[in-house]
Design a protein around this ligand. Structure first.
Ligand code: CTP
Length: 398
């Protein structure tokens, strides 16, 4: 089932490393090629000879080793691999990944790899539950890494609780599932707008909003996972674009409008998640506006409505979706947007729902289709909401 797949198995130094050779064997039996990268501590729990015999490749454990064909093995190996799994992942290696520390073979390889990453943590329960590890795990999730386990049970240190590495068979099943999952957007091109726009008032002041881009970026990541080519047109945000998307950074609504219109003709789907400023100052002052005793008024002019324009431009077969962020009369307003902007669907969310929309990692959404059909979901992570939205979108393409 993994025929032709190239997998890096990263092993860090925990007792569960003794199970790593079994992971190599299972992956090989399923048809994958496996290259092992490990920390020197990992080799206290398993041996290079075992791993090299099972993988039929040299184990990469020392950045300064001279025997490798490539002088920069951590780069060439990442060009080769389709997926990287770290099992077991200790609290220490997860901390290095999260902090961007690259001081050994495994952490440098991780830093250079921009494909799908699976992490199977294994450590003592107290370490697993520590704030440091939990904060770092949140970062791993934000990077869209797949987290496997840890399982609960008796631990080598005598404790019982969460911290055991998931069984090699379970790890193999999840990797199999990843590669065999039906790609809902295979061969499709998707345009996504995300984040806020920023409208200058003068050289030091601007008008913007609280959008963080999290929802749009999660949708972009899900589209990639589902096989789409993704163009992400984003206003300024402080999160990283998912691997493998084409990121087009913009600032103003006019720039976002220009880029969206430019890319839309060749796209199958457009999902507008950006919080676009509806107005911009009519004139941007060249100089800093000085304070005075008089009242200050700024004249605003309307920005183009990007979603409405794409809705009018769309040809047969193109799908256009948008968001409606409301504070009152949610359903009525969302339905009006769906109709006025000629969208195929609108994702409605409300600032009245707790832990939802701007800034949160969770969202409570309803998807309203042009057909009148509506699906409401419970509060879920933005990643889960992205999965739901892409399922709805894929159903429309069919
Ligand atoms: N949108 C857009 N261009 C704009 C304004 C909004 O593309 N100039 C898109 C948003 O990305 C979103 C949808 O339209 O997908 C609705 O945005 P929202 O801010 O909820 O509504 P508005 O149309 O701006 O209306 P209002 O501010 O009156 O609620």
């Amino acid at each position: 089932m993994l025929q032709g797949k190239n997998i890096i198995l990263g092993i860090s130094g925990g007792i569960a490393a003794y199970k790593a050779p079994l992971i190599v064997r299972l992956l090989r039996s399923a048809g994958a090629s496996v290259k092992v990268v490990c920390t020197s501590n990992a080799l206290e729990f398993t041996t290079k000879t075992t791993l090299e015999t099972l993988s039929e490749y040299p184990v990469y454990a020392d950045v300064f080793e001279k025997d490798f064909v490539h002088s920069t093995e951590h780069i060439s190996i990442t060009d080769w691999a389709d997926l990287m799994i770290i099992a077991p992942a200790t609290g220490n290696i997860i901390g290095k990944f999260a902090a961007g520390i690259a001081d050994d073979a495994l952490s440098t390889t991780y830093m250079a790899f921009n494909g799908p990453v699976f992490i199977a943590p294994a450590m003592n329960t107290k370490m697993w539950l520590s704030k440091a590890v939990q904060d770092n795990m949140l970062e791993m999730k934000n990077r869209q890494h797949m987290i496997i386990g840890p399982a609960e049970g008796d631990l080598a240190c005598g404790y019982s609780g969460a911290g055991r590495m998931s069984q090699p068979e379970e790890i193999l099943a999840l990797i199999n599932e990843y590669f065999s999952a039906e790609k809902l957007l295979d061969g499709k091109k998707v345009l996504i707008s995300a984040g806020p726009t920023v409208e200058n008032i003068d050289p030091v002041r601007f008008l913007s909003n609280y959008s963080t881009g999290k929802m749009g970026y999660a949708i972009a990541a899900e589209c990639v996972r589902q096989g789409a080519e993704v163009i992400l047109i984003s206003g300024p945000v402080s999160i990283d674009a998912p691997a493998a998307v084409k990121l087009v950074s913009v600032k103003t609504a006019l720039e976002m409008h220009q880029e969206c219109v430019r890319y839309f003709a060749n796209c199958d789907v457009a999902i507008m998640t950006a919080a676009v400023a509806d107005y911009r100052p009519k004139d941007i002052s060249d100089q800093k506006i000085k304070k005075s005793d008089a009242e200050l008024s700024i004249t605003f002019v309307k920005n183009p409505d990007i979603l409405a324009e794409l809705g009018s431009m769309k040809k047969k077969g193109q799908i256009v979706g948008g968001f409606a962020l409301e504070t009152e009369n949610e359903l009525e307003n969302a339905k009006a947007k769906l109709h006025n902007k000629k969208a195929d669907f609108i994702v409605m969310n409300s600032l009245r729902d707790e832990n939802s929309a701007f800034g949160y990692d969770t969202n409570k959404i309803s998807v309203i289709h042009a057909s009148g059909e509506m699906k409401s979901f419970e509060l879920m992570t933005k990643k889960e909401a992205a999965v739901a939205i892409i399922h709805e979108t894929a159903a429309l393409i069919k």
